[in-house]
Design a protein around this ligand. Sequence first.
Ligand SMILES: *[C@@H]1O[C@H](CO)[C@@H](O)[C@H](O)[C@H]1NC(C)=O
Length: 347
Amino acid sequence: MLNRGTKSKAWNGPKRCPVMVPVMFLVSVLVALLMFFRKNDENPIPVYGLPNQKWNGFESLVQFNPEREFRNGTDLIWQIPDLPKAVLFLAHGCSGRAVNFWDRSSKCPECVGLPEERLLVLHALARKFAVLTISSAGRCWTFGKERLIVEDIIRWWVKRQNLEKLPLVALGASSGGYFVSALANDLKFSSIALMIAEGMFDQMDIIEDYPPTLFVHMPKDVHRQQKITEFMEVLKNKGIDVAEIECMELPLSTTFLSDRIPGLDQTISARLFNLFKEKGFIDENGYMKRDGRMTHWKQALQESKTTFLEKGLAHPVQEELNLAFAYHEMTSLQSEQIFKWFESYMT
Ligand SMILES: *[C@@H]1O[C@H](CO)[C@@H](O)[C@H](O)[C@H]1NC(C)=O
């Protein structure tokens, strides 16, 4: 909210009292600084300029170097940093796979490295969390036998890596969020984060020492927000710590996509932005008018004279458009807050 058209009135102080000039200057610098930090504190939307919000922001800090193994009919991909301080289990949403969390490499040629998933992993590794990802057996997670198998895999893996002494946390998005909320009734997590998911709290007997639960959600999904409010109350009444992070919509810009997607350069990013503007997919401020899945941007791209987007980049672009609309998508933008929250329950 900008105050447009407000004019400052003439102030005749300095003439009478010259010493006031440096004092007033210092005061205004202090006020500006205070406002800056307050704003940063309150604003859940991180500034894009921050290095760790860019796809390559972790280059000097941490590299992908995952291990992979097949077990119980599914695949496990993980990475353990030097001197890990905790273990993070990540659960994808429907249609997700473990390979989405890791960049393609000689060790993992099938890895896909979707923009939000890969940044979540990089944030985790940079903060010395060992990261374990597992693929669901079907399209989405199921809550019968699969739940027991995955619990078994996590226990077995933690033991084999000699990480039993470390705190165990989990983050699940959408279907993975429901899944993690159920796992937390059986496995001992120090805390959990449920992303764009309200959890299964109306379908289970919540154990007494259920872990602190963080809801990372997109309030534009009003129905889900109502359920989250309801379930937060349920948990609170049982003496379980709860918190929430609201993820709001973001404006696109000419560099939004190139900032967040590896292999998508600034020229392509700007061309896509202009195409979206031209087609009326975004409003005058750059906000998506509809969810990325409901926007016929791929069709518009095909109709444009030159199809300039590599095939493999369609999925990442789709994800970022969904993220910008902020209705239902994996997000790494709040990683800093999420990991600080995990860490607050690790002592
Ligand atoms: C998972 O696989 C291991 C090793 O093959 C096996 O010992 C274990 O029984 C399996 N667990 C389940 C639940 O099927």
